[in-house]
Structure formats: C-alpha cells, structure tokens
Design a protein around this ligand. Structure first.
Ligand code: ATP
Ligand code: MN
Length: 472
C-alpha cells in the first residue's frame, strides 16, 4: 500500500515531488502514455513512460487491464486535458493481463455484455461511477438519520411471520426436499416454516415502540417472477419507523429525507454525475426523437430538490387519470375504469412526467389494494397509505400510518383471513401502550436508478439476482 490515490494526486499541486501510485491500465498509447486508474476517481492519471530507458519486456506487458505500481515525479502536464501527470521513473508490473481474452477492451460495450461479465465491469467508467454513487447515497442515508436522532436497528433476515403480504417469499429450510413427498416443517431447523424477509417493517415497529425513531437498512428478498427493469429478487431497503408520527409527518419526513440525500450526492459526487449526465445525453442521441428524454440527469435531480412534491389523494389521481390519455393517439394499456383499481407504472409515470412534471405523493389509497396494517380512515374505504412517485421510475417509496387501534386491526386481520395467532406479538404492541406511528420503505436500487440515469436495475447493484439468474 502507498499513501497516494489518483483522486488525491489530481488535487495536489504538481511540484516535481516523488509519488507512488498503484492501479490498472486503462489505455496505453504510443508506447509512452499510460492512463492509470485506481478506482478512487472517475478520472485517470496520465503517466509518461521514458520508453528509451524501459526494458522492452516491461513495455510489452503494459496492456489495458494490467495492474502496476508506478514511482515517479508529479509534474505539470504539457498536454491538454490534465493539469498534472507523472513522469515515470520506475514501473513494477503487478499482474499481467492477456489483451486478447480480456473482456473489458477500451471501447464501448453493451450493458448486456457487461452484465455477463459483472465480476469485471466495475473497471469501466460507467460502473465505477455508479458504484461510487451507490456508496455515497448509502452513507448519506445514515448521515441524515443520525442528524435527525434516529437509531439504526437490524431486523431479522430469516423471518417466521408470513403475514406481511408484501410479496412472494423464498423459503429457508434445511430439510432434504428430494427425499420427502410430504414436508413437515415441525422437523425443520426452526421447527416452523421460515422465509427470507420481504420487509423489516413489522419488527421495526416493535423497536420504534421503545426507541421512538428507528430505521433499518438491509437486504430484502422477493420471489416476484416479474422480469422488469425495476424489480430485483434481492435488493436493499431503507425502512424508517417513527412513533408519534401521523401520515403528514411521514410525508414531510420522506420528502425532506430524499432532498437531503440528493443534495449531498450533488455536493460529493460532482464528477461522477457529470460523467453519467453526459453518458445519458450521448445515449439519447442514438434514439429516435420521440423516445429521447426531455430532461437530462442533472435537470432531473434539480427538479427533485427545488420543487415541493405534489400531494394528491388516490381519488384525485383517479379523476385525473380517467380523463387523460398518455398522448394524443395512445390509450393507457391498463385503462383506469373504476375507483379502487391499483395504479400501474404507466399511470404513475404519466402523473409525474406529463401532468405535474415533478415528484408526486399519492395518499389515502383504497383499503382493498393495500396491506392489513395501514390505518383505516373515517370513510372506512381508504387507508392512510402514501406512495412517492418519481420521474423515470414510478414508485420509489411506499409507506403509511400504521393501524394502532387493536380492535380495528383485529377486524382487518379477520377480514383478510390472516392467521391472527401468527401476529400475536404484533398485536401486543397495540395492547401495551399503543401510539400512533408511521413509516415507509425506500428501495435503494430504485433511488440509484434515479440518481444515475441508468435504466435497468440490474446495472446499479454489483451482482443482480433476478429470475433465472444468480451467477457470481
Ligand atoms: P412495486 O409495486 O413497484 O412492486 P411494491 O408496492 O411491491 O413496489 P413496497 O412493498 O411498498 O413496494 O416496497 C417499498 C419499496 O421497495 C418500493 O417503493 C420500492 O422502492 C422498493 N421495491 C419493492 N420491490 C422491489 C424489488 N423487487 N426490487 C427493487 N426494489 C423494490
Ligand atoms: Mn412489488
């Protein structure tokens, strides 16, 4: 290890000082100019090789992908495009790279090809930028909650409650399923049926009922067989849960939270965002006019920071959608015919992108399309749910005020034919010192999609898990 990074060198005033740097070769031109990258920055450092005094054996090993240690002097660059460069004094080859078989050639690769080479794709500009953005967003999330007095809690990944209804679940078992026709979960490891968690919410509610304000930030699993560009089988979710918060407090917090992390990202990852923005503009130029994005990435981020999110009830959204067409000719694929139907992503995106042109929060949804734990309104038809919809994404946050009244919760559970005894501990929270409380879930990868302008959720997590795909 040495004490320098490409990022720190690019910020240092070049005064012919001695430096040491380790990294991977991006390109090698004219037997002379190495572009070296170590992951610390989107930018590379140019290293100028004194080829007359370098052995031809060493020179022959300098290829795209080769790892090396370079010792030399940090000097002002004579070339265009960079302030400083390294005048190389010594090269130590660390790991050779076979140029002919190396998948990451110095050219543009399709995202599909890079997905098949997910173990190496972080060496490309696009993926290293996306991963730095991912890291920064995660850190900003912790920073926000810490500043607001929340406690970070960890809820189980293996759960025994199967009543959440958030999505299809993956079973966890040590039984030899090949050997048996009849599966008896009493004989299983936990003596009962268990699954990978689809949400930490119910447990987070329990913790909020003593700590006040908590959040979880962990992996979440859903066996949804929907092969979309916005669903993963394994994703990361942030779930704050707050005692004494009603639905409005919940919406206020969610909006403030998202604005904070996007602002933080703009401050911290300027170079990566500029690169991703340009990438999107270039990609757009290859598309027909009517498919191009109206807004570039930086405009989109600014729309989120600078506008109050539009808040409307489901009933108001329903009226707008019933009287709208997505454009002059087309109709919605799923027409909005009667009050009570669930909104599809095309409806959500219409409201955000065409109608209001800013993020939208829809609240007070019909009870029958939402989960059992959401607080019933006076009309007995709607619940205090809220979804936040984003341009290009659709739903990014789903949340609600929770039902804190024991009798109402029990009758909802009965109505939906959920096993009450499975939820005994959840009901206890309403028996012993119940208080109004609220929370929401934000999918980290949906947030990264928005923040990077990437269009497929498989490209914002290092090793995506989706139907028929769990390589690496
Ligand atoms: P959708 O309707 O898009 O499937 P959902 O209603 O199932 O979402 P929730 O159960 O409310 O989503 O989960 C909270 C948040 O988790 C969502 O707003 C979204 O950001 C994220 N999320 C949900 N399912 C997935 C998934 N399969 N992959 C990635 N993120 C997801
Ligand atoms: Mn879902």
């Amino acid at each position: 290890m040495n004490n320098f990074t490409v990022n720190s060198l690019l910020k240092t005033n070049p005064k012919s000082q001695k430096v040491v740097i380790e990294g991977w070769v991006k390109t090698f031109r004219a037997n002379r100019f190495i572009s070296l990258n170590d992951g610390s920055s989107y930018e590379n450092i140019q290293c100028v090789v004194d080829f007359k005094n370098t052995s031809s054996e060493t020179l022959s090993k300098i290829n795209t992908g080769t790892s090396m240690k370079i010792e030399g002097l940090l000097v002002e660059s004579k070339g265009k495009g960079q302030k400083s460069e390294i005048k190389v004094e010594k090269i130590t080859i660390l790991g050779e790279c076979d140029m002919n078989s190396y998948p990451i050639q110095p050219k543009k690769h399709s995202l599909e090809f890079l997905r098949e080479n997910a173990h190496l794709r972080v060496r490309t500009n696009t993926f290293s930028s996306v991963m730095r953005v991912r890291s920064n967003l995660s850190f900003a999330i912790h920073k926000y909650f810490k500043e607001k007095g929340f406690f970070y809690v960890n809820t189980p990944i293996i759960t025994g409650s199967d009543a959440e209804g958030a999505g299809e679940m993956f079973k966890v078992t040590t039984l030899d399923l090949n050997k048996k026709n009849e599966v008896n979960f009493n004989e299983d490891f936990f003596g009962k049926e268990t699954n990978l968690t689809v949400s930490g919410q119910l447990e987070a509610e329990s913790l909020a009922m003593g700590l006040g304000k908590v959040y979880t930030f962990g992996p979440t699993f859903r066996a949804e067989n929907s092969n979309t560009s916005r669903h993963l089988a394994e994703f990361w979710m942030i779930e704050p849960e707050m005692a004494f918060y009603d639905l409005k407090d919940n919406m206020d917090l969610a909006e403030d939270f998202i604005k904070f992390i996007i602002k933080d990202l703009i401050n911290e990852c300027k170079k990566d965002l500029d690169f991703l923005n340009q990438r999107l503009i270039d990609e757009d130029k290859t598309k027909p006019m009517n498919e191009r994005n109206e807004l570039n990435l930086l405009d989109r981020l600014n729309i989120v920071i600078k506008n109050n999110f539009k808040r409307i009830t489901y009933s108001e959204a329903f009226k707008i959608l019933k009287n709208s067409k997505p454009n002059k000719k087309k109709k919605f694929k799923f027409p909005i015919l009667e009050w009570g139907v669930d909104l599809q992503s095309e409806h959500e995106r219409f409201l955000v992108e065409k109608h209001f042109k800013k993020p939208v929060i829809i609240y007070d949804y019909p009870a029958k399309i939402k989960a059992f734990y959401m607080r019933m309104n006076e009309d007995k038809k709607t619940v205090k749910a809220m979804d936040i919809l984003f341009p290009g994404i659709g739903e990014i946050v789903g949340g609600s005020q929770r039902e804190e009244r024991l009798d109402v919760l029990k009758s909802r559970i009965k109505e939906l034919k959920i096993e009450e005894k499975e939820l005994w501990w959840y009901l206890d929270l309403r028996k012993y010192g119940t208080v109004k409380h609220s929370g929401f879930g934000l999918g980290l990868e949906r947030l990264i999609l928005f923040a990077t302008g990437m269009s497929n959720i498989r490209d914002v997590i290092p090793f995506p898990r989706t139907p028929k795909s769990a390589e690496f």
